[in-house]
Design a protein around this ligand. Structure first.
Ligand code: GLU
Length: 447
């Protein structure tokens, strides 16, 4: 039995109830066959056995009192996955679907993503099954404070640095950071995505979306094309979708869809004006589960209840919402409509069937761990600014972000080519991320 198959057997036996974790790790392991067959050093040092096991998982109770005076309890997680190349780094997600499987898959993906950025950040992820929709600001604050009452002891600027993710934006980061600061009595910038007056980086909110568009631009360049004049389907209407709309418009492309749990919007005029960008932010506050709100303000747009945007004819598709939001059937529709480029801005946004269809049909497909790395890269830049007690301008941050995304793109392309899989960004990203983390693990001994 091959080394990879042995490891696949181990994870399936140990964690059968963790479908998202199995999906993410099977994809990575499958990409690594050629690497571990060629070089036995990985097996000798038990790298795969170690890399599939998180260094530490913290699971804890989050009790809080709602506005009616009733005690509520949520379950919190922090998965400190791998610190071979730097402190654990990764966001905190508030979403009802958060469980150990989703936390582990996200922290696993984050480990390779962070390696690809070229910055010294290990991989981690946290979250809880808290749904902020319908909660008052006071409830959200009390919840964030209770979460920190436990989590603070596991964090630190050189240990573990969280950030936002789905359901966690500047407001929630503010509440968590405030409580952390009070408990530890120091102001080391232990979160990223902080407010601009207290150590945050300009462009951090835009960064994931900007980065995904920069990545798409590099993919198009390889086909001697550009973003200019292209139509784009985006899903979600949160931070990542918002940043993608802004940067796509700046480069002359037109985002024509956004979506929510209730369906999707088709706006033939494009989500391309400042008024529309600003309205996306407002919509999150009105009801983060309803994208339909959009058509009340922009009446040329049409709402498709219960449907996904992938049925529209577009040049570029960018899933920006949540894992497994684009399946084999959706991929078939995009392929039939001659989509040129698919860029995962959400983590594991596409199912394995969808990815296989794109790869088989030679449709350029960028996995999230490469294409959405702009967010965590800008977090890395925020950490640098905090350490230096400096604040860079938007232009300075943008230049660095652009350079990082171009570099990740080049690394994926070159690595795929080196191993005989030219044009396969999944294999390129997985091998390049793995080799960096594995090298550090080998050099640091069996720990
Ligand atoms: N949650 C984001 C991600 O999935 C950002 C993490 C961070 O900035 O630490 O990469």
């Amino acid at each position: 039995m091959s080394y990879i198959d042995k490891i696949l057997e181990i994870i399936n036996k140990k964690d059968p109830g963790q479908p998202e974790f199995l999906q993410a790790s099977e994809e990575v392991l499958d990409s690594l066959r050629i690497v571990v067959d060629q070089d036995k050093i990985y097996e000798k040092y038990g790298i795969l056995e170690r890399i599939i096991e998180p260094e530490r998982v913290i699971v804890f109770r989050i009790p809080w009192v709602d506005d009616a005076g009733k005690v509520q309890v949520n379950r919190g997680y922090r998965v400190q996955y791998n610190s071979a190349i730097g402190p654990y780094k990764g966001g905190i997600r508030f979403h009802p679907a958060v469980n150990l499987s989703t936390m582990k898959f996200l922290a696993f993906e984050q480990t390779f993503k962070n390696a690809l950025t070229g910055l010294p950040m290990g991989g981690g992820k946290g979250g809880c099954d808290f749904d902020s929709s319908g909660k008052s600001e006071n409830e959200i604050m009390r919840f964030c404070q209770s979460m920190m009452n436990e989590l603070y002891r596991h964090l630190g600027p050189d240990t573990d640095v969280p950030a936002g993710d789905i359901g966690v934006g500047a407001r929630e980061v503010g509440f968590m950071y405030g409580q952390y600061k009070k408990l530890v009595n120091n102001v080391t910038g232990v979160f990223t995505g902080k407010g601009l007056t207290w150590g945050g980086s300009i462009l951090r909110p835009e960064a994931t979306g900007y980065g995904a568009i920069y990545f798409a631009e590099e993919m198009l360049k390889l086909k001697n094309e550009s973003m200019s004049g292209k139509t784009v389907a985006v899903s979600g209407f949160g931070n990542v979708a918002w940043g993608s709309c802004i940067k796509a418009a700046a480069l002359g492309a037109k985002v024509i869809t956004i979506s929510g749990p209730d369906g999707y919007i088709h706006d033939p005029d494009g989500i391309s004006t400042k008024e529309k960008f600003d309205y996306l932010k407002e919509m999150l506050l009105i009801d983060r589960n309803k994208v339909e709100t959009y058509v009340k303000k922009f009446t040329n747009a049409k709402f498709f209840p219960g449907k996904r945007p992938w049925e529209q004819k577009v040049d570029i598709a960018i899933p920006c919402a949540i894992q497994n939001e684009l399946n084999g059937d959706d991929a078939q529709k995009l392929a039939a409509n001659n989509v040129k480029v698919v860029v995962e801005a959400s983590n594991m946004g596409c199912t394995p069937e969808a990815i296989k269809l794109f790869v088989d049909n030679k449709i350029a497909f960028a996995p999230g761990k490469a294409a959405n790395a702009g967010g965590v890269s800008t977090s890395g830049l925020e950490m640098s600014q905090n350490s230096m007690r400096l604040s860079w301008t938007a232009e300075e941050v943008d230049v660095r972000l652009h350079a990082i995304m171009c570099n990740i793109h080049k690394t994926c392309v070159d690595t795929a080519k080196e191993f005989g899989f030219e044009g396969n960004y999944v294999i390129g990203a997985n091998i390049a991320g793995f080799k960096k983390v594995a090298k550090a693990m080998i050099e640091q001994g069996v720990i």
